[in-house]
Ligand binder design. Structure first.
Ligand SMILES: [Zn+2]
Length: 198
């Protein structure tokens, strides 16, 4: 694998954020399952115990429902700054929780990331005749889980089978499996080779 410092050609791909993922759960009023945060939290104190919910709204009928963030947590166990963010409906906290799969797992809803991102590539990056290796930095503006193969087919403008061939032959050197889902920044290398005549 070429060392980063030896690579002259570099490209930056950015997974640009188009929006937050939809929160998928059944709506009690209609048949839609897609929800979005209202931007508000609800904090309920019962003695020393706190419940915190994030409020969400059905995309179709506007019915508001809530998903648990903290349940029956002792007031002293909750970081004070964090509590203030809930009480102040802090947008950064809404954003963080709206994209966090952990509360989703607990609350038995899932996140739908379709339409939340687009890949912006810094062209040109792939000239088969250029023997110089290329380093590509993929930067995520949001932690959308995207199959590596999908990023490569889009970014390199290759078919799935061509991407798999390139990975198998070592022309594309990945830090993770081509089947894996990436959701944070990574770097990979492309080493173009002159293909022998078929
Ligand atoms: Zn609804």
């Amino acid at each position: 694998m070429p060392a980063g410092s030896d690579v002259d050609r570099k490209a930056l791909w950015v997974v640009k954020e188009l929006g937050l993922p939809a929160i998928v759960k059944a709506c009690a009023s209609c048949r839609s399952t897609r929800h979005h945060p209202t931007g508000k939290f609800r904090v309920n104190a019962s003695g020393k115990l706190l419940d915190v919910w994030m409020l969400i709204r059905c995309e179709l009928c506007d019915r508001t429902s809530k998903i648990p963030v903290h349940e029956r947590v002792h007031v002293q166990a909750l970081d004070h700054e964090r509590l203030l963010m809930f009480e102040g409906n802090h947008p950064a906290m809404v954003r963080r929780l709206a994209m966090d799969p952990a509360p989703a797992g607990k609350a038995a809803h899932r996140l739908d990331w379709s339409g939340t991102w687009e890949l912006e590539t810094d062209m040109p990056f792939y000239e088969p005749d250029d023997p110089a290796p290329l380093e590509v930095v993929v930067r995520f503006e949001l932690p959308a889980p995207i199959r590596v193969e999908k990023l490569l087919t889009a970014g390199l403008d290759l078919s799935r089978s061509a991407v798999r061939d390139a990975v198998r032959s070592g022309r594309v050197h990945l830090p993770l499996a081509v089947d894996a889902k990436a959701r944070e920044d990574f770097t990979f290398f492309v080493t173009p080779v002159c293909a022998p005549p078929a």
